[in-house]
Design a protein around this ligand. Structure first.
Ligand SMILES: [Zn+2]
Length: 426
């Protein structure tokens, strides 16, 4: 089954006269990156099969993920792997935590989220919830972000079970990551309370198998200006909600300009400074009415070494000043600011053991930092678990129509996890 399918893929890829898998092995031996381990450009059939099963569940964050969790539990039961759920308050969603190897010793966590972003409004060439394998790529919603990583972990679970693990390997599969890293917090509270804490965690978000040691913190805020409306011919007698809310927009823009000009810098980020951004503004119904309501949403993405809370406080302070002026003219008016979502940044010491281990497993010496957020910062902040990010696929392919992960990336991730198994059983 594997070979005909594999060669069909290779023929479609046209260029090389040799099977790409063999070329890859040659590169591994003679060319590539100082890592002598053999690897192939094709994912194993068990990874492909498991990824197909995971993709079939529509785990868009608004949906329950319990059917997927039950499927994973049944699979782990078949291997005799113990697991537990940490559910949300309604019992509609769950984190799954599994342990392979000695549970009384600190282990390594392989972590990923089970939810995906919506396909609403996107044009897909194929069913986003059915695996499509074509030209060395696997298509499907979540193939890249990040069911591909989960599939690799699960596909190698039988090898973990067979290995005589001295250091346990844990799976931490969460929910509601895509809506503000909400779900994993319950699991981390539980882990933080345990006597034996993991040595480290690898979050398998798509990094092209680069070792990522930092990401920015985020604060998302929403504001509502409630003015006092009336006929626009008598505008000065009323309190214009749009005009007052717009002053807050301007203040956020100015904070962003200041951060770019004189804030902290870290050139390892593609945008090497903290940023501010207004993404939503609504207000007014007709030109001849002084608007009585305006709403906006804005965010700060903050270098982990900078103070995100200070920026929130600054925005709140500006809003309080504007509100005071509004109330002076009409005490029924207001300008309220609230936090919509937040997560901490990640700043793992490049010399930390988990970084050294991840580099060894990935066969590379460099590390990177990324602008997008992940659950990694929460593992450090809530549970004190040293964490890096390293997973298959490119973030550039995530969240898009026709999302895909290459088989070469899945194969590289399989090699990474196999080296982890060897490390944990040595
Ligand atoms: Zn993700």
């Amino acid at each position: 089954m594997l070979l005909p399918q594999a060669f069909a893929t290779l023929n479609a890829a046209a260029a090389p006269a040799f099977p790409r898998g063999l070329l890859a092995i040659a590169r591994g031996l003679y060319g590539g990156g100082g890592d002598i381990t053999l690897w192939s450009d094709m994912a194993s059939q068990s990874t492909i099969d498991l990824l197909g099963r995971l993709l079939a569940f529509d785990t868009t964050s608004r949906n329950s993920n319990l059917a997927l969790i039950a499927e994973v539990e049944a699979y782990l039961d078949g291997l005799g792997v113990p697991h537990e759920r940490v559910t949300d308050v309604c019992g509609e969603k769950a984190n799954l935590y599994a342990t392979i190897g000695p549970a009384d010793r600190p282990g390594i966590v392989l972590s990923g989220h089970t939810d995906v972003v919506p396909v609403d409004g996107q044009t897909w060439s194929s069913d986003p919830f059915a695996l499509l394998r074509r030209d060395g790529r696997i298509y499907g919603r979540g193939a890249c972000d990040m069911k591909g990583f989960l599939a690799v972990c699960l596909a190698l679970a039988p090898e973990m079970v067979k290995a005589d693990l001295k250091i346990p390997i844990h799976f931490a599969f969460s929910y509601d990551e895509e809506v503000g890293c909400l779900g994993v917090r319950g699991l981390l509270e539980a882990l933080a309370a345990r006597p034996v804490k993991p040595l480290g965690c690898i979050v398998g978000e798509p990094t092209d198998m680069q070792v990522v040691i930092g990401h920015k913190a985020k604060r998302s805020l929403a504001a509502v200006a409630r003015g006092a409306g009336g006929h626009s011919s008598r505008a000065p007698e009323f309190v214009n909600a749009v005009e007052h809310a717009a002053r807050l927009v301007t203040a956020v823009t100015e904070i962003g300009a200041r951060l770019a000009a004189s804030g902290g810098r870290d050139e390892l980020y593609d945008v090497p400074f903290s940023t501010a951004h207004v993404g939503v503004f609504h207000g007014g119904t007709a030109l001849n009415i002084v608007p009585d309501e305006a709403t906006l949403e804005f965010e700060f993405r903050v270098l982990p070494e900078e103070d995100a809370e200070a920026l929130v406080a600054e925005a709140r302070g500006v809003a309080a000043g504007i509100e005071a002026e509004m109330k002076a003219r009409d005490p029924r008016t207001s300008l309220e600011v609230r936090i919509k979502s937040e997560f901490p940044g990640l700043s793992t010491d490049p010399s930390a053991d988990i970084v050294t281990l991840a580099k060894r497993l990935a066969g590379r010496n460099d590390h990177a930092k990324v602008a997008y957020g992940t659950e990694a910062g929460l593992f450090v902040e809530m549970a004190g678990i040293p964490t890096v990010i390293c997973g298959p696929g490119s973030i550039g392919e995530a969240h898009k129509p026709d999302e895909f992960v290459t088989e070469a990336q899945l194969a590289a991730c399989e090699a990474f996890v196999r080296r982890l198994i060897a490390h944990c059983s040595a």
